[in-house]
Design a protein around this ligand. Structure first.
Ligand code: UDP
Length: 375
């Protein structure tokens, strides 16, 4: 382990010689100091064995998608440490997994966790995720999703961890030019939430070249479903904002009805179309991404959706079938900023990482229903 002064001297030497340099000792070259990316390229060219990922730091592992991913990681034999400030996460969702309660703004806490553990990779979920809130309070989103993310990357670089899977979002696309949405579609986020996710993806792209940090950014479509038998699901104590939990609240009689936002969109039945993906399918995309990072360097981006779109009315119909209950509904005004139709082309993820969704809409609604009606 090098001390801070030596690291700072190395940084200075790199500033004058960005392609690397030789350390000459008593007239003889004794070390070649190379940018990490060059070193990785050489390693790969030489066909040296790739290091398997064993131990993973999961930021935001107490949250909805994070906790399902932790469960899958443990099932697959990974060692996991969760780093979470529990601002929105649930302690119960972490179970017996080691939980470090900390904030990504706290560089000392981050360094401590990296010094104590030898991580092979990071999965980075911790973020602020409410679109409406992001419009009202963009500073919070730039701070949490960009500035704190940079803190994490700096701590990784300083502690020799060079692989990260990042929770991105279909919100990076904004109003799509065409559907299904391919990764090459133009990205024009329509709110600060999407902007900050796109900004961090771009940071990852530049950090791959400059500092040899390899990444997979996963652009999630509409996450839904739960793993109730393991006590995992979305937070039921919060006011629901997403469609499926709201529809099920109406089925439970917790709310009088489900309001359908808009009925005159250019879609077959006039209501908005979205790509709902089971949280366990999202979780398995993270495992596939870790395997990708074991083999390949660079910054990679994938959509994670099923490729099928369902309208709001189709969701309500499916929920009536699953629950066997009447679900009162009424049409209301459009919600500002809602694009008419969003669904993924996820063929890149399927082809390159061998991932495929295992759960259909019925399984998504059924598992949400089990979770939501349990006390
Ligand atoms: N929606 C609705 N009523 C609700 C909540 C959502 O009609 O009470 C619609 C919303 O306008 C959107 C779709 O359901 O077209 C999915 O919304 P959600 O908030 O679940 O996800 P988003 O796609 O906005 O991320």
């Amino acid at each position: 382990m090098l001390d801070d002064k030596t690291i700072s001297d190395l940084h200075k030497a790199f500033a004058g010689s960005p392609n690397g340099f030789l350390v000459v000792d008593q007239g003889q070259p004794s070390f070649a100091v190379l940018p990490y990316q060059t070193y990785q390229t050489l390693r790969q060219a030489q066909g040296m064995p790739k290091k398997k990922i064993k131990k993973v730091l999961v930021t935001g592992g107490a949250g909805y998608i994070g906790s399902h991913t932790v469960k899958l990681l443990l099932d697959e034999g990974f060692e996991v440490v969760v780093f979470d400030n529990l601002s929105t996460g649930r302690r119960e969702a972490v179970g017996d997994t080691e939980l470090v309660m900390g904030d990504l703004a706290d560089r000392t806490a981050l360094d401590k966790v990296f010094k104590k553990n030898k991580f092979d990779a990071v999965i980075h979920f911790a973020a602020s995720i409410e679109v409406e809130e992001s419009v009202a309070d963009p500073a919070k989103y730039y701070q949490n999703n960009v500035v704190n993310g940079l803190n994490l990357l700096d701590a990784m670089a300083q502690n020799g961890v060079s692989k990260i899977v990042f929770s991105s979002s279909a919100a990076v696309y904004g109003e799509p030019d065409k559907t299904p949405i391919h990764e090459d579609s133009s990205c024009n986020p329509t709110n600060p939430y999407g902007e900050t996710k796109l900004a961090f993806e771009k940071i990852l792209k530049w950090y791959a070249g400059a500092y040899g940090i390899s990444s997979v950014s996963l652009r999630y479509f509409n996450a839904a479903g739960a793993l109730g038998e393991e006590g995992l699901g979305y937070d039921k104590s919060l006011r629901h904002t997403h469609l499926i939990p709201r529809v099920l609240d109406a089925a439970l009689g917790k709310t009088a009805e489900i309001e359908v936002f808009g009925k005159d969109y250019k879609t077959p039945d006039g209501t908005c179309v979205r790509d709902y993906i089971h949280v366990l399918d999202l979780a398995s995309a993270h495992i596939a991404s870790l395997h990708k990072l074991e083999k390949d360097s660079g910054a990679h981006v994938y959509n994670v959706g099923t490729g099928k779109g369902y309208s709001v009315l189709e969701i309500i119909d499916a929920a009536v079938e699953v629950t066997g209950r009447m679900i009162p509904m009424k049409f209301a005004d459009r919600r500002p900023g809602d694009p008419a139709k969003i669904f993924a082309d996820s063929s890149k993820l399927q082809k390159e990482l061998g991932w495929k969704p295992e759960h259909d809409l019925k399984s998504i609604i059924q598992s949400s229903w089990e979770w939501q009606k349990s006390s």
